[in-house]
Design a protein around this ligand. Structure first.
Ligand SMILES: Cc1cc2nc3c(=O)[nH]c(=O)nc-3n(C[C@H](O)[C@H](O)[C@H](O)COP(=O)(O)O)c2cc1C
Length: 194
């Protein structure tokens, strides 16, 4: 299996643990994870995640970039990465992606993904959503961006927060083209089997 490169952009929506688990899944699958965290993403991470957990996961990354570092490798189309996930994606970042802004490393790397026609997944988290946000998501979807809302299913009867997180993180990985053995395919009779 060849090693692939994935960019994980963490922005300031709730659900930063989804990103941490996604990084683990990518690395467990033998891939490289390039991580960028927005200023808002840092704030939510500090609210939601223990510092030890954050450090432990960031240590798995091939590189962790500052969002202000627009000269970083992933800002250039010549640095080939296989996919990019904005997870979780704030409504602010969603609007900026929709506007094709490129003034931060996250928006620039996303621009690269779009112009180079690379796989890009956006995991928005907001409730409820403004009409403008829904329109922006529809537009990005039409441009080939996969919109994968952070909405875990319950049909597999999750027993813990970890299992709920796993659902969203593994689905996000699958949208990038990376399969996690933990994401069980639905079998119609699986509940009858137990
Ligand atoms: C604890 C916390 C939770 C937040 N949750 C969300 C959220 O779920 N969705 C969202 O769009 N914004 C949320 N915000 C607001 C964003 O962080 C804020 O709009 C920020 O400017 C986003 O910046 P960024 O897109 O550059 O990361 C939250 C902020 C805080 C402090």
């Amino acid at each position: 299996m060849s090693t692939e490169r994935y960019v994980v952009a963490i922005t300031g929506a709730s659900g930063s643990e989804y990103a941490l688990r996604l990084i683990e899944i990518l690395v467990e699958a033998g891939h490289e994870a390039y991580v960028v965290i927005s200023a808002g993403g840092l704030v939510t991470l500090r609210h939601e995640v223990e510092p030890e957990r954050l450090h432990q996961v960031l240590a798995l990354a091939t590189e962790v970039f500052d969002d202000a570092d627009i000269g970083a490798s992933i800002a250039s189309g010549s640095f080939v990465f296989d996919g990019l996930a904005v997870v979780p994606c704030s409504m602010n970042s969603l609007a900026r992606l929709n506007a094709h802004m490129a003034d931060t490393l996250i928006t620039r790397a996303a621009m690269v993904a779009m112009k180079e026609r690379r796989r890009m997944v956006v995991v928005p988290r907001e409730m409820p959503m403004a009409t403008g946000t829904l329109e922006q998501m529809a537009r990005l979807s039409g441009l080939g961006v996969i919109i994968a809302p952070a909405s875990p299913g319950f049909y597999h009867r999750p027993q813990s927060m970890e299992e709920l997180v796993e659902f969203v993180a593994a689905k996000t990985a699958a949208c990038l083209g990376v399969r996690s053995w933990r994401l069980k395919a639905w079998k119609a009779n699986q509940l009858c089997d137990t």
